[in-house]
Design a protein. Structure first.
Ligand code: M6R
Length: 358
């Protein structure tokens, strides 16, 4: 039930800090250490390569998951869009493990891949889903649950945050089990991220104002970032287009000069995320390029990397966990942009919560 909330989406965004805390709890053992099911850990150990398969927002979470498994656990990963994988299958490694990420666990595009790789080719599969007993969960060998509680709004918010957090936990536990030197305490870092998300959901007035200032009369909008911020840009653009119907594109800052910069006009809104220290200067360079062509740039920077003129500063979290936090202002900006345009926030046109046709 949405209770006193005007929309499920708003309620679900507000739930995000508690979802992260719930995940910490659900994946902690009696000694208080992060853990996952032994069989899943073994499957990750056995695999020589992970193939993450997903659609939409879940695909965007998968892109972040790739970095986690590669950097934290040292396992090579490919990420594929479900609907493309079926007819464009890459050469597979010898011991692949397929990971399906799906909030609903019912996405037909993902299921057709699962049937093919598991039933026809006999490879093991793990589903990361919010819905116990869903089709993808039942048909895979293993399941990791998101523990996000029912997500009703068509626009996925808390499930994305949960997916990123669960992927981090799985990669971390696998990395530890493999004896890798990990210079982070993930449990503590996730708790810090939960607090950071809380700070952002408590800044609704500011985010509503940003939506008003940048998107009120916009016909299109761009989201740019580098490294992990690039993936979050893609998610920010998807959120905005699906609920406000503003044409939006998220892309890597370095790609601007390879084409997209031609679209920048006087007043074009450009949202730039600056949370990755090693590329902060480069993305700021991109912002200068678009501003010189008239763009209305909104810089969202992480504490410690902020500069004068940035529109929003988000609390500092571990550099690998920034997507959990930087996505939240983009969700809220999209929400308010849609609201200002009197769009049906929870049930955008032409979309269904779970896409059960291919
Ligand atoms: O249930 P799933 O995670 O498999 O759904 C995948 C996409 O349909 C979904 O993420 C969609 O892109 C959302 N509406 C995005 O907000």
């Amino acid at each position: 039930e949405k209770g006193t909330y005007p929309h499920y989406m708003l309620k679900e965004m507000d739930e995000q800090p508690s979802v992260v805390r719930k995940i910490i709890q659900a994946y902690s053992n009696a000694d208080g250490e992060l853990t996952i099911d032994d069989n899943i850990l073994e499957a990750l150990k056995q695999a020589d390569r992970l193939y993450i398969i997903a659609a939409g927002t879940s695909y965007h979470a998968g892109l972040i998951g790739k970095q986690y498994f590669e950097k934290i656990a040292g396992i090579p990963v490919e990420v594929h869009i479900s609907s493309e994988f079926g007819y464009n299958m890459p050469l597979l490694s010898e011991k692949p493990l397929f990971i399906f990420i799906s909030q609903s666990g019912e996405t037909a595009d993902s299921r057709q891949v699962l049937v093919r790789v598991k039933e026809e080719l006999g490879y093991p599969a793990l589903t990361i889903t919010n819905v116990p007993g869903s089709t993808l969960s039942r048909e895979a060998d293993y399941t990791l649950l998101l523990h996000a509680g029912p997500e009703i709004a068509v626009a996925s918010t808390k499930a994305y945050v949960a997916q990123v957090a669960v992927l981090a936990v799985a990669a971390y536990v696998a990395g530890k089990a493999a004896g890798r030197e990990l210079d982070m305490d993930l449990k503590q870092e996730l708790a810090i991220a939960a607090n950071a998300i809380q700070t952002i959901v408590d800044s609704k007035n500011e985010l509503e104002q940003i939506a008003e200032d940048y998107l009120k009369i916009a016909r299109n909008a761009f989201f740019i970032g580098r490294n992990l911020d690039y993936y979050v840009s893609m998610e920010g653009a998807l959120k905005l287009k699906e609920i406000s119907y503003i044409q939006a594109e998220g892309f890597a800052g370095g790609e601007l000069k390879h084409g997209t910069i031609a679209l920048i006009e006087d007043g074009t809104p450009v949202f730039a995320i600056v949370s990755q220290e090693q590329v902060a200067l480069n993305i700021r360079g991109n912002v200068k390029e678009v501003v010189a062509r008239g763009a209305n740039a909104c810089i969202i920077a992480m504490e410690g990397l902020e500069e004068e003129g940035d529109r929003l500063v988000i609390p500092k979290v571990h550099s690998l966990l920034t997507p959990l936090v930087s996505v939240v202002p983009l969700q809220l900006i999209s929400y308010y942009a849609a609201l200002h345009r009197r769009c049906d926030v929870d049930k955008p046109r032409n979309l269904a919560k779970s896409v059960t046709v291919e």
